[in-house]
Design a protein around this ligand. Structure first.
Ligand code: TYD
Ligand code: MG
Length: 452
């Protein structure tokens, strides 16, 4: 009998050690190193005994490699297609990560039910009945989607060989285990092994595989970083569980850009694609209220109009409170300091609360000017004109800085019927005959003139 080989893995970062030690040298975590049984690599094949002998690769000139007709499978979901760069590439491995309860299983089940191809949805997390109940809510009349509740990879591949699905979905990679490895599901060596087997299967049969991955409490995909290196595409599904919007973005994409993003709305019957996010994010009000301002931001490549709300009030307690939802609190403090120093507003003794509506977190610097405008509006208790919007960054000396792709923002604001957009004087704009007035400003004082 072959000798059992073991190695020590850090459960936090995946580093490998030949003997146990208390602290991981790589990530400096304590007590994360665990002994795991490993096997010789040649055994770990997705269909071990009859594995096809691969043809040896030959080097080719870059210009001789044919990619022109790289086929993609349409996912019949506009948002997912956009994020993937035009559909799923055959033989690719995609990893979808996100907080528990955000809707990963719902999204992929919904995709499986929409696809006209034969899809196999492998679940190690829920029973067939549970999935059926969910499917009833989404789309009960589908004949191409097969559900398998199994966690052992060898059994999964046996089913795949007889079913021959066009797309395989695995929920989740952390629940799988392979017979070749003795450690428990979710351990570093199991995740590595199961992913390797799935990659071999995907590449040899040109079947796309989509994996769901759990994330750790600090937001990274659970398991070794190597998982993210091994797969072709890493998608992140995010949003606030208490709000209806969900954002799908690509953190890594070997077949497309990582700038695109998809927006969904969680409904009683699954996730709905949101094609006009700006219209939904801006509340339609009859009255003008102080403290509200609209920013023309970009999320990925898409323009998105977002409403910013500020409340400035006299501090009741000694230390004023500053709180921001959906916006970086440090950046809020910086903007308040700029307003105090450069425009003479006494905000040091005021409580300031800031909220980005819709549960969205924005890190586009172009939202700065809208934040400043909403704070000034609330501080002075005068409402802004309701068809004003803003797209510029604010610098430390109170200068209004240019932002990227300003023309796209202007066109989106125009489309949604805004009358005036405030941008930096230093932005080069070559748009002509726009219905919207483009107000160029260079200093924060210029903005004050329009508000108070
Ligand atoms: P789920 O997809 O299981 O999340 P994950 O796999 O990321 O852990 O759960 C999504 C949540 O969405 C769940 O709390 C219930 C809710 N939901 C709806 O609001 N509408 C629906 O149609 C479905 C299927 C789920
Ligand atoms: Mg799930």
């Amino acid at each position: 009998m072959a000798k059992v080989k073991t190695t020590f893995f850090c459960q936090s970062c995946g580093s490998q050690y030949s003997k146990w030690q208390g602290q991981c040298n790589a990530c400096k975590e304590w007590n994360t190193i665990v002994e795991e049984v490993i096997q010789t690599p040649e055994k770990s094949d997705w269909k071990s005994p009859t594995a096809a002998v691969k043809k040896a690769a030959v080097p080719l000139r870059v210009k001789d490699i044919d990619v022109s007709k790289e086929p993609r499978l349409d996912t019949f979901d506009g948002e997912l297609n956009r994020v993937l760069g035009g559909g799923i590439v055959p033989g690719s491995l995609t990893l979808l990560g996100g907080e528990p309860g955000i809707g990963k299983s719902t999204l992929l089940l919904q995709i499986s039910l929409k696809l006209p191809y034969k899809t196999l949805y492998v679940s190690g997390e829920e029973s067939q009945k549970q999935i059926k109940m969910r499917a009833e809510r989404i789309n009960p009349n589908n004949n191409n989607c097969y559900i398998l509740t199994e966690t052992k990879t060898q059994n999964i591949f046996k089913q795949i060989e007889s079913l021959e699905p066009d797309v395989v979905i695995v929920d989740s990679i952390q629940t799988l285990h392979s017979d070749y490895i003795e450690s428990s599901s979710g351990s570093i060596s199991q995740i590595k092994e199961c992913t390797t087997e799935l990659i071999k299967f995907a590449k040899e049969t040109a079947t796309p595989v989509i994996l769901i991955g759990h994330i750790t409490k600090d937001g990274n995909i659970a398991g070794p970083k190597i998982l993210e290196h091994m797969v072709d595409t890493v998608l992140q599904f995010e949003g606030d569980r208490n709000h209806i919007f969900r954002i799908l973005r690509a953190n890594k994409n070997r077949f497309g850009s990582t700038n695109e993003l998809g927006i969904y709305e969680m409904q009683g019957s699954g996730l709905r694609e949101v094609t006009n996010p700006s219209e939904i994010l801006i509340s339609k009000k009859d009255e003008e209220l102080s403290g509200n301002a609209v920013a023309a931001t970009l999320e990925g490549m898409r323009p998105l109009m977002i409403e910013v709300q500020a409340l400035v009030s006299t501090a009741v307690y000694g230390t004023p409170q500053r709180s921001a939802t959906g916006f970086n609190a440090k950046r809020l403090n910086m903007l308040l300091a700029v307003l105090e120093k450069r425009a003479g507003f006494r905000l040091g003794a005021k409580d300031v609360f800031l909220n980005i509506t819709g549960g969205i977190t924005v890190d586009d610097p172009a939202i700065d000017l809208a934040v400043v405008a909403s704070i000034l509006s609330s501080n002075e208790d005068v409402a802004l004109e309701k068809d004003f919007c803003f797209a510029a960054e604010v610098g430390l000396s109170g200068e209004i800085r240019p932002v990227q792709r300003v023309e796209q923002r202007i066109l989106e604001a125009e489309k949604l019927g805004f009358s005036t957009i405030f941008v930096s004087k230093y932005n080069k704009i070559s748009l002509k005959n726009t219905a919207i007035k483009v107000q160029m400003i260079s200093k924060i004082e210029d903005l004050v003139g329009f508000i108070v």
